[in-house]
Design a protein around this ligand. Structure first.
Ligand SMILES: Nc1ncnc2c1ncn2[C@@H]1O[C@H](COP(=O)(O)OP(=O)(O)OP(=O)(O)O)[C@@H](O)[C@H]1O
Ligand SMILES: [Mg+2]
Length: 363
């Protein structure tokens, strides 16, 4: 097994720069997720690691070998695609065996690996079927099985679950995460779904327009997003953002319609940045209804309800405070109506502050 290191990796298609200057270190045994909106360069980055796409600059190292000029078959990787890419005329067993046969592995060893993988994935009863006789989830398992039997140093997954229905996706993502924990194979997993990224990744790398915006554990990204983009991308519903100015020597966040007192936990930062224009980030889960239990210092706001979306376990309320529209996750036992006035409490220790110009987190 092996770690994967990208150093100054670039990709251009003619004059279009798709990956700018990517540095990323994936440790041996690690499950790393690359996440970002459509077109940000996730598949391109993965395909460069696989050797399916040439790199325009930088170096890619797998284990202790620079693989820039190695063809895919010599990189000791196995890739699972969104499309599964199974051979339609072969049975499941033949699909699983194929990569091993062309490597001229002895038949007895092939059988052992295939039977083992099939059992691990719960497809041992399907080995004689053709792919067209399988459900989407079963096909997906065969595609994963084909990667497992190769026993590669690194698994590469490119949105392997996006063709499955929502329920199966949740099930398969847990299965893949468990499988990786068992096999301990270094894994790079691409998705555009932030929930998938947060639930599967030991660490998550967030890309936007070919730029790495932040890499960290799911909780690091959630608790300390490095910039407005990561803050808005991680978490559902997304974080609220309100423009404000730090005033009173760092004691107050003044927005157009209301003031928030800066809690002691943030005073160090605001004192150094008095007078600065900032974007204040407030997660919906840190806005609560007055009277419910809160943590730490709070600020009271009165808001007028515009939309309430009851989801059973919570109600997502869109409410207006002046010209700021705030989204809050509230207790579902009381669903407010359009035009209702609600008294809200903002948990001030959970505020996030970003520079208005650079959009970087103030630390
Ligand atoms: N062969 C190509 N020639 C020119 N541009 C390309 C080529 N392949 C990809 N691109 C461009 O590179 C950018 C990144 O594409 P990529 O497929 O890596 O995105 P992605 O993050 O995987 O998106 P998605 O979530 O939609 O799969 C896109 O803007 C795409 O149009
Ligand atoms: Mg893609």
């Amino acid at each position: 097994m092996a770690g994967v290191t990208l150093k100054g990796v670039q990709k251009r298609f003619d004059k279009t720069v798709v990956i700018k200057d990517l540095d990323l270190d994936i440790k041996e045994h690690e499950f790393m997720v690359l996440v970002g909106p459509s077109g940000c360069g996730k598949s391109t980055a993965l395909r460069m690691i696989a050797g399916l796409e040439e790199i325009s600059g930088g170096t890619i190292t797998i284990g202790n070998r620079v693989v820039n000029d190695l063809p895919p078959k010599d990189r000791d990787i196995a890739m699972v695609f969104q499309s599964y890419a199974l051979y339609p005329h072969m049975t499941v067993r033949e699909n699983l065996e194929f990569g091993l046969k062309i490597r001229k592995m002895p038949q007895a060893e092939i059988k052992k690996l295939v039977d083992n993988a099939a059992q691990m994935l719960g497809i041992d009863h399907l080995l004689d079927r053709k792919p067209r006789e399988l459900s989407g989830g079963q096909r997906q398992r065969v595609a994963v099985g084909r990667a497992i039997v190769r026993q590669p140093a690194v698994f590469l997954f490119d949105e392997p679950l996006s063709n499955l229905d929502a329920k199966l996706r949740v099930q398969m993502r847990a299965e893949i995460a468990k499988l990786q924990q068992r096999l301990q194979t270094t894994t790079i997993y691409v998705t555009h779904d932030q929930v998938e990224a947060m639930t599967m990744g030991q660490r998550v790398a967030v890309l936007k327009d070919g730029d790495l915006k932040q890499v960290g554990t799911p909780m690091e990204l959630y608790d300390k997003p490095a910039n407005v983009f990561v803050a808005s991308f991680i978490g559902t519903p997304p974080m609220n953002f309100v423009a404000a100015t730090i005033t009173d020597g760092g004691a107050t966040l003044a927005t157009a319609k209301f003031n928030l007192a800066v809690p002691s936990s943030l005073r160090g930062v605001t004192a150094l940045n008095s007078g600065r224009n900032v974007v204040v980030g407030i997660r919906p889960e840190n806005i609560l209804e007055a009277g419910t239990e809160t943590r730490g210092e709070t600020a009271a706001l009165q808001a007028e309800v515009e939309i309430a979306e009851p989801l059973g376990n919570e109600v997502v309320v869109h409410a207006r405070v002046g010209d700021a529209l705030l989204v809050a996750k509230l207790d579902p036992h009381h669903v407010p109506k359009l035009g209702d006035k609600v008294d809200l409490l903002v948990e001030l220790n959970s505020l996030h502050l970003f520079d208005a110009e650079t959009e970087r987190r103030l630390e």
